[in-house]
Design a protein around this ligand. Structure first.
Ligand code: IDP
Ligand code: MG
Length: 150
């Protein structure tokens, strides 16, 4: 079993709906440790860097607007960015988060409990790194090394 770190974001839809505490609760209860957190107002540059691998997808422009909070009002241009750590954290946290499409996410997962599709956008509440390579890349984008404990 490998000790891994992974990036979790509570996206603007989750922040607007006051779901940040529930997300933290679910991740904590799954046995993982939070080792970094901060509130970020996401710039165009950060959004594009975070989703760089999806730049050719048809939904990319909407994705950029979504993570910047363009659809959730001036006061909800917020993302809660966190790093969680633990045994097989990347895969384990993906299991807690659930499938990308909120209508296909299993009941009991975060996305299955709270996600919805709104005007074609997946309002799926959270981002979680998809694999260890993505996690390493994404943690460096969102956090300075000294902001991550352990
Ligand atoms: P993931 O978030 O489960 O890792 P990715 O394939 O990496 O899923 O896609 C990143 C994000 O892009 C998703 O969380 C979702 O917000 C959005 N997305 C992915 N596929 C679609 C789609 O088919 N339609 C609309 N939005 C999508
Ligand atoms: Mg992904």
């Amino acid at each position: 079993m490998a000790i891994e770190k992974t990036l979790i974001l509570v996206k603007p839809d989750g922040m607007k709906r006051k779901l940040s505490g529930i997300v933290v609760d679910r991740l904590d209860n799954a046995g993982f440790d939070m080792v970094a957190s901060k509130i970020v107002s996401v710039s165009e540059e950060l959004a594009r860097e975070h989703y760089a691998l999806l730049k050719d997808m048809p939904f990319f422009p909407n994705l950029i607007q979504f993570i910047k909070g363009d659809f959730h009002g001036v006061s909800d241009r917020r993302v809660l960015a966190m790093v969680y750590k633990g045994e097989n954290a990347v895969k384990g946290i993906r299991a807690v988060v659930g499938a990308t499409n909120p209508e296909q996410a299993a009941p009991g997962t975060i996305r299955g409990s709270f996600g919805r599709i709104c005007q074609g956008n997946f309002e799926n509440v959270v981002h979680a790194s998809g694999n260890v390579e993505e996690a390493d890349r994404e943690i460096k984008i969102w956090f300075k090394p000294e902001e991550v404990v352990g």
